[in-house]
Write a protein that binds this ligand. Structure first.
Ligand SMILES: Cc1cc2nc3c(=O)[nH]c(=O)nc-3n(C[C@H](O)[C@H](O)[C@H](O)COP(=O)(O)O)c2cc1C
Length: 181
């Protein structure tokens, strides 16, 4: 089974999450994971499933990820898909830090068409030294707390659930959630 793990990242912390997901998936027999930056992808033909994730900036996915999801919605609707966002900063429960934010509002209609198996949100990382002056101003305005808050155990557990789901399908054809055919 060929799985694409596609990501959009500005400061590489989401790239590292995508790589951890890919490495976890690779541990399942019959699963081969390709981890790719979305900018380097033109098509998704030949993949049996897709995991797609983006860093969150000012309440949105990176443009490349949002465009990719929109452009490939029809193809993605045919295969199993898992989506994730990485962003909230600080200690505590991710959803509480995110203050109810779960997924970009503007992409919900597309996601509903694609019917992903799951939409996850992971805490992110902020290194002030890596920011340009505009990002720095925006980060200050939103009172962002610098630090690496990524929860590797949670990320790996999520990826393992994906691997498990793919293996359970075995050589049966992979189905979308609620698929009746
Ligand atoms: C300018 C700026 C805006 C951000 N906006 C949000 C936001 O709206 N929601 C959120 O959860 N995280 C936000 N973050 C945190 C980032 O999503 C987090 O640092 C993430 O891990 C960055 O991923 P990357 O290293 O892959 O680019 C913001 C960070 C910066 C610097």
């Amino acid at each position: 089974m060929r799985i694409l793990v596609a990501y959009a990242s500005k400061h590489q912390s989401t790239a590292e999450i995508a790589r951890a997901i890919g490495q976890t998936l690779e541990q399942f027999s019959n699963v081969s994971a390709n981890v790719k930056e979305i900018d380097q992808l033109d098509y998704i033909t030949g993949y049996d499933a897709v995991v797609l994730g983006s860093a969150v900036y000012e309440g949105n996915w990176r443009l490349s990820a949002a465009n990719f999801l929109t452009l490939h919605a029809q193809e993605l609707a045919q295969i199993p898909v898992w989506l994730f966002s990485s962003g909230p900063l600080g200690e505590g429960k991710t959803r509480e830090i995110a203050q109810g934010w779960e997924f970009p509002a503007g992409l919900r209609v597309i996601a509903a068409q694609i019917k992903p198996h799951d939409i996850a949100i992971f805490r992110g990382k902020l290194d002030i030294g890596e920011l340009n002056m505009f990002e720095l101003a925006a980060a200050k305005k939103m009172d962002a707390t610098p630090g690496d808050y990524r929860e590797w155990e949670k990320i790996i557990q999520w990826a393992a659930q994906i691997g498990q789901a793919l293996c359970e399908e075995g050589d049966r054809s992979l189905k979308k959630p609620n698929s009746t055919t």
